[in-house]
Write a protein of this length. Structure first.
Length: 149
């Protein structure tokens, strides 16, 4: 199935927007983490931060930030891929429905020309078989009507 230029643009824009949203969430999580570590704790004197109370070194914090950053990048790529695949399948379904509407309007010589994988491919194959059997049944009915006359 060939995508139109508009659909390709939609997919690209959706990918960029998704990555931007995930990046904003990442920055928010980093700010919250820094605020949590540097906020005055609710200890006996109330003046020490959690970073001081737990004796957390800057190198340890940097290590955890690096791990969090790598995890966030992997999550962002996976989430964006999942969203783009979902959107691509919606576009496939839209193309199949357009073809199906043309067939439903009486264009029985038309078949859905897409070679799709997975469940959508099975649906397309079933629709094409259904159209073939409908056309065959209509031809048989015409033949019976001719014989009756």
């Amino acid at each position: 199935m060939k995508l139109t230029t508009r659909e390709i643009s939609e997919l690209f824009l959706e990918g960029v927007i998704t990555l931007c949203i995930v990046f904003v969430l990442y920055l928010g999580a980093l700010v919250l983490l820094n605020q949590f570590l540097d906020a005055p704790g609710y200890f006996v004197d109330g003046s020490r931060s959690i970073r001081q109370a737990w004796n957390v070194e800057s190198s340890e914090i940097q290590l955890y930030k690096n791990i969090f950053s790598i995890s966030s990048i992997i999550f962002a790529i996976g989430f964006t891929y999942w969203r783009l695949i979902r959107r691509y399948h919606q576009m496939q379904l839209s193309h199949v429905l357009e073809e199906l509407h043309l067939i439903a309007q009486g264009d029985y010589d038309r078949r859905i020309p897409f070679q799709l994988a997975g469940d959508m491919g099975k649906v397309v194959t079933s629709i094409n078989r259904l159209v073939d059997s409908t056309v065959s049944a209509m031809e048989d009915e015409r033949m019976i009507e001719k014989i009756k006359r």
